[in-house]
Design a protein around this ligand. Structure first.
Ligand code: FAD
Length: 540
């Protein structure tokens, strides 16, 4: 090891970026090299594609993020010629199905909507930016409350979280009032309908500039900042394995997808933040195979619906002038259709689900002109309930030692089933969604359970644990059991059953891991404050 130690980070999403930022701000001489299998989409690395104003440019950025499903762009992304895609349905824009149905496709008949993004910024270039805090049993019980609060604060700063986004929207306030009439008497104080925190920076015109990995990286990608000299991002660089000897990771084996050349690069510490499927895949490919690797897969099953807002009900809490003001504000930013975002959070046992309510002028699907609710004056809400899936060893990834995927990595099968207890909770959540919809207006799409994997929030496959008892992959600081200097990051580290969007929680866990990692590197720690986003010795 040297006084200017090198950290290799695999994956450039919000979590890999949080590791890079915190390690470099906590350590005065460390260098970080970040490897990303996908292409860079925006001039500034990791920006949200939702901020791209030109529709054609936005569509292209989404398509090149779609790995094997990126159409005519496949070959320029280093995806082997002849990769055939036969997906029965396509994934959300900017993502690609793991089980796309062609040669080298993963096998996920029980989890068919499982998807990933392969681009600089990861899924964080495409996400909706909802950043609620986990509560109650969603939290990790072996991190004490005071530290957890500080970690969440740090994660909120890194992600530029606004807890009162669109709070000035009168239409949004009317939606909350109607939901409160229906539910407030059943909910504990502080857990009623509220605005959903989102990650982004409000602009003077009332719109939001959505956050991606770019804001997490912050000064690391500002050429004028001295800290940027210690950070290197390599896109189209696929890490094929982690080199290791005994209990130490020694580097990474990387293929440059432009030149097809493979090299082994030395590292003093390795962080794998390559999503909940590809992190365990890379560990498996490297011969790092704790018993819990890939197991305990959870997501939150999702039931969604669309409702046309009822004018009479909305007028009880807002006026036609409020609506006109809202529409004028929205017209100023036609590229971004999201306005007010509300929710009812998880509270146990009162409301063991999360409700998310997104207000939009148009429904997410075309309505025929003669539909009685087409062109609904007060607009629409897309609503979804997230329910719990308890971690079980039976659910998870089975890797193959003989079959390779389209990239030549160990292929896998996803095993997953809902238990009767979970089915009952989904039925209960669906009944709540029906009540919420009826309180607001008329359903134009009835509540329906989405196929497994639709949440895009996959958890547990590299879960943290307080002891090395075979039910976890990493210690409470995200260090892989049995290793001194190998860390995992991402939603896979979450060990609990959750109902909310997980990125804030994963970034909080990453901040803790990154501080632990920085403290293990040789050389003096930075003398200034090392909480991300605060004035630090490195000039932030
Ligand atoms: P990712 O962002 O998935 O990044 C992992 C990166 O690792 C990828 O870019 C991948 O290409 C790279 N990689 C994988 N394997 C290798 C390898 N071997 N070598 C090199 N690179 C590799 N979450 C929320 O909390 N709130 C939301 O509102 C929300 N909405 C979403 C909406 C959409 C449409 C999508 C797609 C996701 C949404 N999510 C949301 C999920 C959120 O984006 C993820 O939780 C978050 O991006 C996870 O960050 P990460 O850094 O762990 O992984």
């Amino acid at each position: 090891m040297t006084a200017s130690p090198t950290v290799a980070i695999v994956g450039s999403g919000p979590v890999g970026s949080a590791y890079a930022r915190v390690i470099l701000e906590s350590h005065p001489t460390a260098r970080v090299v970040m490897f990303e299998a996908g292409p860079q989409l925006t001039e500034k690395p990791g920006e949200s594609v939702r901020n791209i104003a030109d529709p054609a440019e936005k569509a292209r950025a989404r398509e090149v993020s779609q790995g094997p499903q990126s159409g005519e762009h496949r070959e320029t992304l280093g995806i082997p010629e002849g990769t055939v895609v036969e997906g029965m349905f396509t994934a959300r824009e900017g993502t690609h199905l793991l089980d796309f149905g062609g040669s080298g496709s993963a096998h996920a008949p029980q989890f068919p909507a499982a998807a990933a993004s392969t681009n600089v910024g990861g899924m964080g270039a495409h996400w909706t930016c909802a950043t609620p805090r986990p509560t109650g049993s969603e939290r990790v019980d072996f991190i004490d409350d005071a530290e957890w609060s500080r970690l969440i604060d740090d994660a909120e700063r890194l992600l530029h979280v606004q807890s009162a986004a669109f709070a000035d929207s009168a239409v949004g306030a009317a939606i909350r009032s109607l939901l409160a009439e229906e539910f407030a008497s059943e909910l504990p104080e502080g857990f009623g309908p509220s605005t959903l925190p989102v990650a982004g920076d409000p602009q003077p015109d009332g719109t939001v500039r959505w956050a991606g990995a770019d804001v997490v990286l912050g000064p690391l990608v500002e050429a004028s900042s001295p800290i940027s000299e210690r950070f290197t991002l390599r896109d189209l660089s696929l890490v094929r394995s982690i080199a290791h000897e005994g209990s130490r990771a020694t580097g990474v084996v990387v293929e440059d997808l432009r030149t097809r050349e493979t090299e082994t690069l030395h590292a003093d510490l390795v962080v794998v933040a390559a999503d909940a499927f590809r992190t365990p895949q890379l560990l498996w490919a490297s011969g790092v195979r704790p018993a819990a690797l890939g197991r305990y897969l959870t997501e939150h099953p999702v039931v969604i619906s669309t409702v046309a807002l009822d004018a009479e009900r909305m007028r009880r809490f807002s006026t036609d002038d409020d609506l006109a003001g809202e529409l004028a504000r929205r017209a100023a930013n036609p590229v971004d259709p999201v306005a007010a975002v509300n929710r009812i959070p998880f509270s146990e046992p009162y409301h063991p689900f999360s409700l998310q309510v997104m207000y939009a002028e148009q429904p997410p699907f075309p309505l025929s002109a003669d539909h009685p609710r087409a062109g609904n004056a007060w607009g629409y809400v897309n609503m979804g309930y997230g329910m719990r899936k308890r971690p079980r060893v039976e659910d998870g990834i089975v890797f193959s030692d003989s079959e390779l995927d389209y990239r030549g990595m160990p292929n896998f099968t996803i095993e997953y089933a809902l238990t009767p207890e979970e089915e009952a909770e989904i039925a209960d959540g669906t009944a709540h969604l029906r009540r919420a919809g009826e309180a607001l207006g008329e359903f134009i799409a009835d509540p329906r359970l989405m196929p497994a994997g639709s949440s895009l929030h996959y958890q547990g496959t590299t879960r943290l644990g307080s002891t090395d008892d075979g039910t976890s992959v990493a210690d409470p600081h995200s260090r892989v059991w049995g290793f001194d200097n190998l860390y995992v990051g991402g939603n896979g580290t979450i060990p609990t059953a959750t109902t909310m969007n997980p990125t804030l929680m994963s970034v909080a866990i990453a901040v803790r891991g990154a501080r632990d990692a920085a403290a293990r590197l040789p050389g003096d720690r930075a003398s200034g404050p090392s909480r991300p986003g605060e004035e630090a010795a490195t000039g932030v």
